[in-house]
Design a protein around this ligand. Sequence first.
Ligand code: IVH
Length: 689
Amino acid sequence: MSAEHRIKELRQKLNYFNHKYYVEAAPVVSDYEFDTMLRELQDLEALHPEMADPNSPTMRVGSDLTNKFRSISHAYPMLSLSNTYSLEELHEWIGKVRAEVGDDVEFCCELKFDGSAISLTYEGDSLHHAVTRGDGTRGDEVTENIRTIGHVPLVLQQPSGLPSFEVRGEVYMSYPTFDRLNAEREAAGEQLFANPRNAAAGTLKLQQSQVVAKRELQFVPYQVEGQQLPFASHSESMESLRKWGFPVSDAMRKCLSEQEIDNYIEYWDKQRHEFPTPIDGVVIKVNSYADRRKMGRTSKAPKWAVAYKFKAEQALTRLLEVSYQVGRTGAITPVANLDAVHLAGTTVKRATLHNADQIAALDLRVGDMVYVEKGGEIIPKVTGVELSCRAEDSQPLQYITHCPECGTELVRYEGEAKHYCPNQSHCRPQIVGRIIHFIRRKAMNIESLGEETVELLYDNRLIADMADLYDLRAEQLAVLPRLGEKSAANIIQSIRSSKEVPFHRVLFALGIRFVGETTAKYLAEHFHSMDAVMAATREELIEAEEVGEKIADAIIDYFADEHNRSIVERLRKAGLQFEAEQRQTVSESLAGLTFVISGSFADHSRDELKALIEAHGGKNLAAVSGNTSYLLAGDKIGPAKLQKATKLGVKIISEQEFVDMIGGEDHPVVEPAKEPEQQPTAPVQGSLF
Ligand code: IVH
């Protein structure tokens, strides 16, 4: 494979992983796999500067912006950390630091807490606001949620003597809290959090701070930012934070030699298994601020700090049997059933095997001793076989040829790693799985129904597909085991309320292959109605943002199916939203004009700019062409785009010029902070007469 090809492939994969990790809080690969791929991309990009791209995953810190919170710019960028899994590389870094600032440099070793980064701004010694990392430049304001965390001082215990400063740290969930939360969710039939990190990130973004309060998040500080800070070193800053009432970690140690640093790492690599706080490594920082200034930073990370990350934990156990699960799309997932083994604080009996290729690549055989890994996710995976333990008479594993649920012969689509059961309309787990997807919170939000009840309704022939939900009556539900009149009435009520769920979520709820939440949003924005999506040709579908051939084909296939069409028609009759709400147009000042946005901007996110363009009657395009009226160029815009725009005579404008075009920012996307309440004027003394 050519380097160019590989760079593109890596970027595409890493962008996808980033999206799953940051936006959906549902990671699909381990940190180790992600970091290894990112490293490969960084190396390739260094060798091929002609392939530079401002949108490469190597250029960004990741984003967790959502629409729900007001977004605020960080006064100081929230950087990431360079990381390594190897002591050798760590020692190289130490060597570089010594060469730059001197042999007697002092380091601080700390734990790398595995949660969500937060920046707390204090003004007049009181918490003013709390902002997530977002894209590093601006993040979401989540002050109300942060206030619920007992460890965060709302007012300092001692005066700081500073007009304002920022404390950065990690919001995390301890393992005991995480286990309790997941146990509660399991009992309620809710989706489980994959790991404490996702639970913390998801909780921070909740709309109701009362719910946040019950989740018992914790906070630990690791950095202070501000003007004229009265500290000469990191350790001094942490001592002050401790006095001011912050829960500074006791695990921090000053170290001078490689040996001390190695010992610290070794100690915590073992100790972490007994530790209630999730940690995924150790951070080694230069202590002196003067030394830090000498070292400087790159656009992404400081050069004065590095994270040493722990490798995923492994265990060796016996493979007893391979079973096969059928998902809602018919995809078959092989599952390893294992001799129970203790791994990272839990007992593991099952692990995912992904697909037939992986089984073949591992040459896995029943009876083998296998390595199981848990890379920060709930579901462990089999990563290797200990061949020295293999029985002489063991036989290669035969992958199934027929569906374990309905007996239909399995198929393998071109370019797909998984086998599929093609019997979509009569294979029980597929039908039930689609209905469960339909009721999910992010789809129709009928979660009060629960997965078990869906199975119960299906097995009792009360529903055969999702459209049947809308014909259910409370008295049919009330007689089912475990359901009383009250919960039956609740379910019927939430089914009724789901008729108000906006169109893009209805589209997502249908469960069309590859049409996730984001794609459904783009489709709804582009086509505005179910009828338009259904009538669209392959070429027209591809014109929508993020829709490629694979997704277009899946949509065409879905609506070509008679059974699906009849479900859609019954959903229409039931009164679901089949049309997108009209966007409010503020003016027509950009009518007839098309824009391409590129780079990063000081005052708006790209989505905000897109929304402004549409609100003023303009149109957004993905790529520069002869039809583009303006290229709205931000920082770090790619040279190729600029060149193309110049060649085609497309006008290039700045963020300010754009704001001027729409007549200034008369309706800011970021709401201004509330003015303090007017103080009542003091009564005039002695004016009784
Ligand atoms: S220092 C400019 N110290 O790791 C450097 N970060 O991968 C600021 N993290 O975004 C970070 N524990 O959320 C620092 N002891 C620690 C940390 C830590 C966890 C997180 C933090 C950061 C991420 C970078």
